[in-house]
Each structure stands twice: as structure tokens, then as C-alpha cells.
Design a binder for this molecule. Structure first.
Ligand SMILES: *[C@@H]1O[C@H](CO)[C@@H](O)[C@H](O)[C@H]1NC(C)=O
Ligand SMILES: *[C@@H]1O[C@H](CO)[C@@H](O)[C@H](O)[C@H]1NC(C)=O
Length: 582
């Protein structure tokens, strides 16, 4: 009796203890796959297979299929980026034959040389290094050769850190390791999107040098003086680790630096280092300084992220497809630290990005969009279609769609954390629009689009490897059994390759408390920048690149949207670099 009572009391104590520890989960507990989802997942899985087989037929071993001409392109070293990038998706979808063939192919790639004159550290890291390591983990960690290959790639990538420089140069002379190129600037996305992959490479090779270098550059940025706490500008001096400009954005060129702050903490379970709190600062400062609601529109409830540059007049009311990953990232971090306000912002940002899809004549959102910011601020940006703007709260700016994933990426986080099927409905509408507009009938491939502001967009001869790595994966996972890439066990790199986290079930992450205004409420009066550009051509652009039809080398100089539109180049960017290009 006594014993029973004590045992009972102990059990009660144990249960309540474990319920404290386990109250923090990322995914909504008990989420299951509906019959409807099963059917939808199956359709996406089949379309992936057909589309990937078109790549195999016409472009096998090359980086990307040119879907209209049945040709190929080699912007990423020519090692077969689409093969390596597709491995984790093929595995997760249960296309075991495609995965096995891809692994065999990947084991035989000669990563010691390339016919490309320069290689992007960033792109090679997120596509190849992550693709190889993630395939190794998913396949049960049996194929040691995948790690050997990853090591060859990693040993080339670390030549980007010249001398004792804190930050690497992004452009690598792959074939000539002994004489690396120097550079006068590095972007924070390039220098700060390495730590997940390098950590895993160090873990599986037992050699700490990869992680040490990636940590050095990430820390240099995180410890530099931001424009606002946690909000670092885009361009850095690689020798000093100090900023060279004042342009703040969650879009291309900066994006995945912010993304990796919280994801690296999640990968390792480390909430003692600076990562979590630097990310908390980034989000809190973004809420204070970047979040705005569009003015002079019926859709003024939408929640947007602006860019910011004091030397260019302050807030720039423009957001991008690339920058739309932020909603999902804020949701993930919010769940980790149990911050409901951040979570609400993440959901709201995701909703605003989804609105660019649901409002668009093609059903697909654009590369970038603009709006009228707080206090009727346009900062040199023009709203062309006033009627559309009044109804939908944004106007198209760059109207291409190059099969990017970020809006569906955020919808994936919104769905997995809430279980609200409205997100699945949004994703299904997006998928049917993508399939209807992008499908190339004669070969089953999907092609980029020239203009999503149209009910029958013209296709472009472009289809990058992130279609297989990311876009198909996120769409599939929104409908798949939620135990696939369970967010309580995996973290996805910026190319959507899943890595196993070190401390599943860790529970709540320690983070400092911050006060932010509730979502939907306007910020106080904005501080103005020092200069108001009067002409559109002076408006600085975040870095979009990889857009087809530019006739500029991928990953090379000047491949920015600003150049395409004939706008002035950003200060301090002599040799232009790209951040997240997808
Ligand atoms: C913004 O413009 C609208 C419409 O022209 C006007 O009613 C409103 O007063 C303006 N707001 C500010 C802060 O200037
Ligand atoms: C979008 O399409 C409409 C209808 O064709 C057109 O009036 C408008 O100018 C377009 N917007 C942009 C930014 O291209």
C-alpha cells in the first residue's frame, strides 16, 4: 500500500516532469495524413518522377536540364548538380530506384576537377555537400563513399578562407588550390550559410577544421555591429570581418545567414552559444524596423517585410520570393523558444506570401513585389497597376517564376506546426498552378515562367536543380505522412536537404525575453534615412540572380536584377556575389 502510494506519487511527479520537458514540440502533436492528402502526395510524387526522368534523358550528368530545348546547362561545376540535389527527395518520396542510381552516380563523380573557370563556394556547399551528406544519413549511414566524396568537396571549399581571414571569398579557383583568388568583399549569405554542412562534415570525417572555419565566419558576422541589433548588412570585408554597406534584407544575398543562426542551434541543440539570441535579435529588430502593412489598399491587414538602407532613404517597400522563406523560419524558431508572438508573425508573413500566389492571374507569385509602405512611403518605387494594388495589397515587380520553393517552404512550416488544412489548400492550388503553367508537354519537365502576371505565361528554357531538391520536396511533404521529415527530428538546410538533429526531444530552447508589438499593430513613427532617392534608377536592389535570359555568368560578376533593369549597381559591389540564388 505504502509502496504503491509512493510509486504512484513518483509516477505522477515523473509524468509532470516529462510533460514540462516535452511541452515544446515543433510539429503539432498527433498530426496525421488524410485520405485526400494521400492522393495529392501521390500525384506530386508521380510528377516528380516524370520531370526528373526528363532530366535524366536529356541532361544526365549535367547540372540542369534546359526543358524547352532538351539541352543542358552546367552552372555549378558540371558535376551533375540535379543528380546530387535530387537524392534526398527521391529517397523521401520512396523512389528507391532513382535514389540508388543517383547514389551510384554520385559516388563516381570526379570532384577534384571541373571545366568551369570559377566555382561558387555557397552554391557548391548547399547543393553538393549537403546533398551528399543528407543522402548518406537517409540511406542509413552505410555508404562511406558519399562522405569521402563530401570530403573532397569540403577540402576545396575551405580554400575560400585566405590566410587568417575571418570570412571566405565566394569564388573559388577549383583546379588550382595552391593559388586561390582573393576578393574584396563577401556577402553574409555566402559567408554565413556554411555551418550546418561543415558541422556535419566534421562530424562524419572526425576532422574539426571544416566546422572551425564555418564557425569563424558566422561568428565574425554575428559579433559585428549590425544596422540594428541582429540585423547585419549584406556586404562584408573578408579580411576584417566588418560591414561595407548598410543594406538590410531577408532576401537574396543575406537570407540564409539569418536562417542558419536558428537552424544551427537546432541542429546541435546548443542554446548556450550566441546563435539563438542573435537570431532573436534579428527577428525582434525586424518586427520593430522592417515589418510593415501596405497602405492605400483593401488588403492593409497583410504583414510584410521591407528592406532597409539608411543611406537610401530607410525602408524600401519591396519583398521577394526568396525573402518569403522568413515566415517558415520564424515559425520554426518561435516553436523552439516558445515565443508565441514570433510564431504569429511567422504565420502572418507566410499568409502575405501566399497572397501573392492566390491573387496572381497565373496562381503563382512573382520573383519580387512592391507596395506602399507606412506613411505612404514608396521610396522611389512605383506602383504601376493601381487597381490591382488596391485590391490585393501588392504590385508585381519582377514577374518571372523560376520554380523557386520559398513560399511553399513557409507553407510547409505553417501546416506542420498548426495542422490547419487551409495551408494544404493553398499548397494544392499553388501546385496545380505550377503544374498547369510550367509543364512541358513533350517531355514531362517543368520550366520557368517569364511572367506570372498572366493567365497563360510564356515558358522559359530554364529548370534549376532546386526544383527537385526543394520545390517538389516541400510540396510533397505538405501532403505526406507527417512522420516524413518530422520537424522534431530533422532540420532542413537552405536547399531542403534534411539533417538529423543531435538532440531530438530537447524541449524548450533558452532564449532571452524580448518585447515586440503584437502582429497587425503598426510600428511607431519611422526614423527617416539620410537620403531620399528621387528616381527609380537609384533604388538599390537585393540580389536576385540565376534569372534566365540574362546572358551573364551564373555566380559571376554583376548577375543582379539591378543590372538587368539597368539600375545602378549597389555600392561596394565591384565583383558582385550572389547569396541564395534559389
Ligand atoms: C496617405 O495617402 C492617403 C490617400 O492619398 C491619405 O488619405 C493619407 O492621409 C496619407 N497618409 C499619410 C500619413 O500621409
Ligand atoms: C499585370 O497585368 C495587367 C493586365 O494585363 C497589366 O495591366 C499590368 O500592368 C500588369 N502588371 C505588371 C506589373 O506587369
Amino acid at each position: 500500500m505504502m509502496l504503491g502510494k509512493t510509486l504512484g506519487a513518483t509516477l505522477v511527479a515523473l509524468i509532470s516532469l516529462s510533460s514540462i520537458v516535452s511541452t515544446v514540440t515543433i510539429q503539432k502533436p498527433g498530426l496525421t495524413q488524410s485520405q485526400l492528402s494521400k492522393t495529392r502526395a501521390k500525384q506530386i510524387k508521380a510528377a516528380y518522377r516524370t520531370s526528373y526522368q526528363a532530366y535524366l534523358k536529356y541532361a544526365t550528368g549535367h547540372d540542369a536540364l534546359l526543358p524547352l530545348s532538351d539541352g543542358f546547362a552546367d552552372p555549378f561545376g558540371g558535376w551533375g548538380a540535379s543528380v546530387v540535389d535530387s537524392l534526398s527527395t527521391s529517397f523521401l518520396m520512396g523512389h528507391r530506384d532513382l535514389y540508388d542510381q543517383g547514389v551510384e552516380y554520385s559516388k563516381r563523380i570526379d570532384f577534384t576537377k571541373t571545366s568551369s573557370s570559377s566555382i561558387s563556394l555557397f552554391e557548391t556547399n548547399i547543393r553538393y555537400l549537403a546533398g551528399l551528406i543528407s543522402a548518406y544519413e537517409l540511406g542509413g549511414k552505410k555508404e562511406q563513399k558519399l562522405i569521402d566524396q563530401a570530403k573532397v568537396v569540403g577540402d576545396h571549399l575551405i580554400t575560400g578562407w585566405l590566410g587568417t581571414n575571418p570570412l571566405p571569398c565566394n569564388t573559388l579557383k577549383w583546379n588550382n588550390l595552391a593559388t586561390p583568388d582573393s576578393c574584396d568583399s563577401s556577402g553574409i549569405a555566402e559567408a554565413g550559410t556554411l555551418i550546418l554542412e561543415m558541422d556535419r562534415l566534421s562530424k562524419y570525417t572526425g576532422d574539426q577544421k571544416y566546422l572551425q572555419l564555418a564557425t569563424k565566419s558566422m561568428k565574425a558576422i554575428a559579433q559585428s555591429k549590425g544596422v540594428f541589433p541582429g540585423l547585419f548588412p549584406q556586404v562584408y570585408d573578408p579580411t576584417t570581418g566588418q560591414p561595407k554597406d548598410d543594406y538590410v534584407t531577408w532576401g537574396g544575398g543575406s537570407d540564409s545567414f539569418f536562417e542558419y543562426l536558428i537552424k544551427y542551434a537546432y541542429l546541435t541543440g546548443d542554446d548556450k552559444s550566441i546563435w539563438v539570441n542573435t537570431w532573436v535579435d534579428s527577428v525582434a529588430s525586424s518586427i520593430q524596423h522592417l515589418v510593415e502593412h501596405p497602405e492605400q489598399t483593401q488588403a492593409s491587414q497583410l504583414t510584410y517585410l521591407t528592406d532597409y538602407s539608411a543611406s537610401n532613404g530607410g525602408n524600401l517597400p519591396r519583398w521577394s520570393h526568396l525573402g518569403c522563406f522568413a515566415g517558415g523560419n520564424w515559425i520554426l524558431g518561435a516553436k523552439m523558444i516558445g515565443n508565441d508572438a514570433f510564431d504569429a508573425y511567422g504565420q502572418a508573413l507566410t499568409g502575405a506570401c501566399a497572397n501573392t500566389y492566390t491573387s496572381s492571374p497565373s496562381g503563382i507569385g512573382p520573383e519580387s513585389f512592391v507596395f506602399i509602405g507606412q506613411g505612404n512611403n514608396t521610396n522611389g518605387i512605383t506602383i504601376n497597376d493601381a487597381a490591382f494594388y488596391r485590391q490585393h495589397g501588392f504590385d508585381f515587380e519582377v514577374t518571372q517564376y523560376i520554380l523557386r520553393p520559398e513560399v511553399m517552404e513557409s507553407v510547409f512550416y505553417a501546416y506542420r506546426t498548426t495542422g490547419d488544412t487551409k495551408w494544404q489548400d493553398i499548397a494544392w492550388a499553388a501546385w496545380t498552378s505550377i503544374y498547369r503553367n510550367c509543364l512541358v508537354k513533350q517531355n514531362g519537365a517543368l520550366a520557368a515562367l517569364a511572367d506570372v502576371n498572366s493567365t497563360s505565361p510564356t515558358k522559359l528554357d530554364d529548370s534549376e536543380s532546386f526544383l527537385y531538391a526543394e520545390t517538389f520536396k516541400y510540396l510533397y511533404l505538405i501532403f505526406a505522412d507527417p512522420s516524413k521529415v518530422d520537424l522534431d527530428r530533422y532540420v532542413l538546410n537552405t536547399e531542403a536537404h534534411p539533417f538529423e538533429i543531435d538532440q531530438p526531444g530537447k524541449g524548450g530552447y533558452a532564449a532571452k525575453k524580448v518585447d515586440v508589438r503584437p502582429v497587425g499593430e503598426k510600428a511607431g513613427k519611422k526614423e527617416n534615412g539620410v537620403k531620399k532617392p528621387s528616381e527609380t534608377k537609384d533604388v538599390p536592389m537585393p540580389m536576385f540572380s540565376g534569372l534566365p535570359g540574362l546572358n551573364l555568368p551564373l555566380g559571376g560578376g554583376g548577375n543582379t536584377l539591378g543590372n538587368v533593369l539597368g539600375w545602378t549597381k549597389r555600392d561596394g559591389l565591384k565583383k558582385h556575389r550572389r547569396g541564395k540564388t534559389h
